[in-house]
Write a new protein. Sequence first.
Length: 267
Amino acid sequence: MNKKHKYFLPAMAFVVLLGLQIGATNAFGQAPGPGQRPPGQGPGGPGGFGRGPSLPPIPIAGDTTHSLSIHFTPATAIKKAPDAKGFIQRWLVLEPVKKNLRSNSTITESYLKTTFAVDNFSQDYSAVPKNGQTVKIGDQDLKWYALDSKSFNFNLYHFSYATNKARAGVLFWLVTVINCPEEIKNVRIAAGVNSGGAFWLNGQEALMIPGDKDIIVDNVASPLLTLKKGRNVIRVAVINGQGMCNFCVRFIDEKGAPVKNYSISYE
């Protein structure tokens, strides 16, 4: 090998090594993209333990305008049937009540009962508010919306985002009206709730769901109930500390089949 090539090869190796170092510096120096964690950081911070640094909130994909129309449609005066699998999609939903709640671990049954007694728009659990009505809970003025969910579940996180309200440390109230042409006996309220909450039928508590649960269809079910002929009122409360928040609910019969022979309205 001549002297020219002898000195050229080490020089080439140095250039390649320098290029790799610069590339690595740039890669690790970039901020993480949407939904990514910084390099080497686990779910709870470096190494996956403890509390990591606070990252800026990431908008819901495809919705930067805080629009209700992406996940909901305004309810109309025309009565609505449950969906093909019996899920109730039409609800009056109140803007979220802000709570000093930083964790879902405190959502015990006693906490729920105390919260529902204090931060309540009405102690009459058969009351049906008006669409667009504003009510005062504590020092908060909150508005009711009559909405149909585009999905089988009602996503409260999406509702809060669309209305530009708090999405963590919040309590939601919802009401709907079930219209039965005939009495329907031996049915159960079957629900899935992402977080904790409760369901009432015609003023009587049917389900209390403490703790922090994932939303699973028919995850919990009430004792056997009767839907009376005519108007029946369902009230729902869902409370969330952190994370996503939504629920799904339907009536099932004694064999677990969906009950669908009724209509739904918001008044």
